[in-house]
Design a protein around this ligand. Sequence first.
Ligand SMILES: [Fe+2]
Length: 323
Amino acid sequence: MSIASRIASAFAMTHTPGLGNRWSEPPADQVERMKKGFDEGRRQLAASKPDLIIALINDHFDMYTLSNMPALSIAVGTEHFGPPADSEAWLEMKRRSFPGNYDYAMDIYRDSIEAGFDLGRSGSAEFVHNMLMPLRFLRPEMDLPIVPVFMNCFAPPLPRVERAHAFGRALRKTIDRRPERVCLIASGGLSHWPPYPREGRPLKDDLDRIMWEVFNHGSQVRAKYPQARSLVHEREKEMAAERSDLVNAPWDREVLRAMEQGDSKALCVMEHDAIEPVAGSGGSEVLMWAALMGAMNDGPGKTLFYEAVMPWMGGVTVFSYDT
Ligand SMILES: [Fe+2]
């Protein structure tokens, strides 16, 4: 398809933790198909020659906590950082800096406020798998400036899906009036069941109690519990071994169908309380997909690949608005 010149390319991608250092777990043919799909996404992004990346992502209590949880926010810093020390091993990456774009980010910030989206503001972002998975698989050079926009997906009440879509439409206006050619990346979803405690429900065990502290106090507590992240991943492995219903492939495929056809109504009618029972608490990361669809004016796109990866307890997909 042909898309406006300011959008060089646009992708949505899941950031399933298994993509880190657990490639030996899925069947070989599935690994093969995923690698081919990522190759194609990487090729498309490189061919589009963007000037920068605007990322629609969510934080997992590394930047924001229950003490300060913006519904929507933007990191305007001239540089961003990641991964944190406790994630270097499983992400197979050394901590480093990434260029930001203060001028572009401030334009999005100002325009969003003018349009009625009262974003929070951060300086430098702290990236973990939310941003580093898309970079690793779609832009391993990690050379492009990044303007990250964050959406609250784990501390209810969450922004409504239709609101995320409307934000995407507003974002597009800034993109269209700026001269740079942009690669848009939405990172998150689709159905998944991260072993996180839920506010207002009893804490079941020690992992719940640790994660609840993390939710409330963020990086200070992560330093106190350096094993917290690996405990979550171990729990995910246990859950994946015990149950086969923790990827909802039909739900994932319905989201992909809606994306392919530009059927924003199908996403915008979704309610978070209804998403959770069928797509897990992680299903609300569909917010970023809805925002992307809004930014692309509900144009059609293409699923490069979708794989329900049972050992990773998640679907893995890359969706592209091919140029
Ligand atoms: Fe996530």
